[in-house]
Write a protein that binds this ligand. Structure first.
Ligand code: CTP
Length: 474
């Protein structure tokens, strides 16, 4: 099959590459994800991988020089690769090689090979397709492992015996699941069995690399596809055991609780129809994480998960730390949503006081809408009348909250009286009394004892200050 590259937006670039390779007496091919996405008519990636039978570094340097003598080429000698940027593209060159990882080592041993050797050692047949940039067969597709057929049948298959491919680089187990989830492909049966057998080998892969794949699964249209595969192959248990701990339904005195693992997966899918925010999806993934360690059967009441949101939000930090995820604002955001995840439900009751609504507004602040998105996604009951009722209740809470917000404006709470003003009022220097009074003002506003208003706050501070033994300054 010949791929007509003349319409390709990188055609001119490919033509130049082809000419330089010919001048250097080297072959040149496009390989990997770029070819796959081109054939699948997906959005064209900006990363393009090239293989040459010969020295990849030398060829990269020669091509870069032809494009612009000042172009900076980054060389990774150990891997025999070189890369540079050109017109917004990240272009990577490698000499065809045979490569394998020793059983107990992360360092590959590399030998020079042919194009087919190189294709063989790639992860999946759909990623092992090559397009020739050689003059005699420019545009020819080289597909020794029927990758085209696998694209058509939406199958992930390894070019070699699956256990060898996965053992060569165990990250590929995560990649298989990631591609299955993002491309909506099936992992071929032998491959799936190999992942189940080899899953323990994931331990030699760095968590950073694992998480890159995991986050791609989380960003797919239906993340549960990948999350289920992780569970089925044992990888979930190895990477996030806190989630598999949510599995199972126990029965005591005829009372059961829902399986929180499968519920969580549904919540993640639900939220993914409403947001592409990775961390909001993470909040959905972790919203019930505290339920396994807090689960208790209480006589006369049934199953309880008392304080699971609080414990869950603490677990988020340990988990992010262990998984080498960012520990800054993203982690805090996930913690906050997990901690608040049950609060709006508790407010659904008609008799909810304004102060409870104000407190939620104050605690959620700018993340209130995201909290509601999470709460809506959390409704997984299959009973349609129940579902409609939950949704209605929510809308009511949202309306009430809006009313309170308009009235009291506590959402992005700014104290109506500042520390300086309090110091001036009592003619005092910085002291702990100021902190105490500020906290009292906040509490009084949230409780509805005073309005969020400067005069009321001032009068309140005078009264409370006097109780603390302070006197108005002259
Ligand atoms: N590859 C591999 N094994 C890996 C990683 C990559 O065999 N563990 C090969 C595949 O042929 C892959 C190519 O290297 O197509 C490029 O890898 P990468 O850029 O990481 O992935 P892509 O397949 O391009 O996919 P994506 O851009 O979606 O990550």
């Amino acid at each position: 099959m010949n791929i007509n590259l003349t319409q390709n937006k990188n055609f001119k670039t490919f033509k130049i590459f082809s000419e330089v390779a010919a001048k250097n007496n080297q072959t040149l091919f496009i390989v990997g994800g770029y070819v796959r996405d081109l054939l699948m008519k997906r959005q064209s990636p900006t990363d393009i991988d090239f293989v040459t039978e010969g020295n990849g570094i030398e060829l990269a340097k020669a091509i870069a020089k032809e494009l612009n003598p000042k172009l900076k080429v980054s060389v990774f000698k150990n891997y025999g690769t070189a890369m540079f940027k050109h017109q917004g593209l990240d272009l990577e060159f490698v000499g065809a090689r045979k490569e394998s990882y020793a059983e107990d080592s992360r360092k590959p041993s590399v030998e020079i090979g042919t194009l087919e050797d190189d294709q063989k050692r790639r992860d999946f047949t759909i990623n092992a397709l090559a397009i020739s940039l050689n003059k005699e067969n420019f545009g020819d597709l080289i597909d020794p492992f029927e990758g085209i057929l696998d694209i058509k049948n939406r199958i992930l298959r390894t070019p070699l015996e699956p256990s060898q491919t996965y053992s060569d680089d165990p990250l590929r187990m995560m990649r298989a699941i990631r591609f299955a989830s993002t491309l909506n492909f099936k992992i071929e049966e032998n491959s799936l069995n190999a992942i189940k057998n080899e899953s323990e080998r994931i331990r030699i892969v760095s968590l950073e690399r694992i998480m890159v794949e995991f986050n791609k699964i989380m960003l797919s249209a239906k993340p549960s596809a990948g999350l289920k595969l992780m569970e089925e192959t044992g990888l979930m248990q190895l990477i996030i055991p806190e989630l598999t701990a949510l599995k199972g339904i126990e029965e005591v005195e005829g009372q059961t609780h829902k399986d929180n693992f499968w519920h969580t997966l549904e919540v993640v899918d639900n939220i993914s129809t409403n947001t592409d925010n990775l961390w909001l999806r993470w909040a959905a993934l972790l919203h019930d994480i505290g339920k396994a360690p807090t689960k208790k059967f209480v006589d006369g009441i049934g199953w309880t998960f008392h304080g699971h949101e609080f414990l869950g939000s603490k677990m988020v930090k340990n988990l992010f730390y262990r998984l080498k995820l960012p520990l800054g604002t993203d982690m805090k955001y996930v913690q906050k949503l997990v901690k608040l995840s049950s609060r709006p439900i508790a407010l659904v009751d008609d008799g909810t006081s304004d102060s409870a609504l104000r407190r939620l507004l104050f605690d959620a602040g700018e993340d209130l809408e995201d909290l509601f998105i999470l709460n809506k996604a959390d409704i997984t009951t299959k009973n349609s009348s129940k579902q409609a009722k939950f949704k209605r209740n929510f809308e009511e809470v949202a309306i009430k909250i809006k009313e309170v917000e308009e009235k009291d404006q506590v959402r992005n709470f700014q104290p109506p009286i500042s520390g300086e003003e309090i110091m001036e009022l009592f003619n005092i220097k910085p002291s702990r009394e100021i902190g105490i009074l500020k906290e009292k003002v906040k509490e009084a506003i949230l409780e509805g004892e005073i309005a969020n208003d400067k005069d009321e706050a001032r009068n309140f501070v005078i009264k409370e200050g006097e109780l603390l033994g302070l006197k108005i300054g002259i």
